[in-house]
Design a protein around this ligand. Structure first.
Ligand code: FES
Length: 106
């Protein structure tokens, strides 16, 4: 089945904390926005790849990676891949910033 992607404004850029997560809910999906130290904004689903579950909104940001505070998984904000020696993946979303508006495509 083909699903149509839509671009939605999800936050004001200046409301995003630096190097911390901010969860937003869009169409029933919770997504976490991370404003990283370069000023870029990354978006991942708010679901931990760890089999015991959990969320990523409280993950610690370091460069282009987040660290889950519970199991210390290191996850790339570029492609959502969990870094070795752990495995797994989270969904990432395309983010665009227009002036002060942060949009994601879902
Ligand atoms: S709770 Fe899942 S990686 Fe942390």
């Amino acid at each position: 089945m083909q699903t149509t992607k839509v671009r939605i404004k999800v936050a004001d850029y200046d409301s995003l904390p630096e190097r911390a997560g901010q969860a937003v809910t869009i169409n029933g999906q919770t997504i976490v926005l991370f404003r990283i130290s370069t000023g870029d904004v990354k978006a991942v689903e708010n679901r931990s790849p760890h089999r015991k579950g959990g969320t990523l909104a409280d993950a610690l940001v370091s460069g282009n990676f987040i660290y889950c505070p519970v199991y210390d998984l290191k996850i790339s904000l570029e492609d959502g891949k969990v870094q070795a020696p752990d495995t797994g993946e989270v969904k990432t979303y395309q983010v665009e910033v227009f002036g002060n508006e942060v949009h994601i495509t879902i």
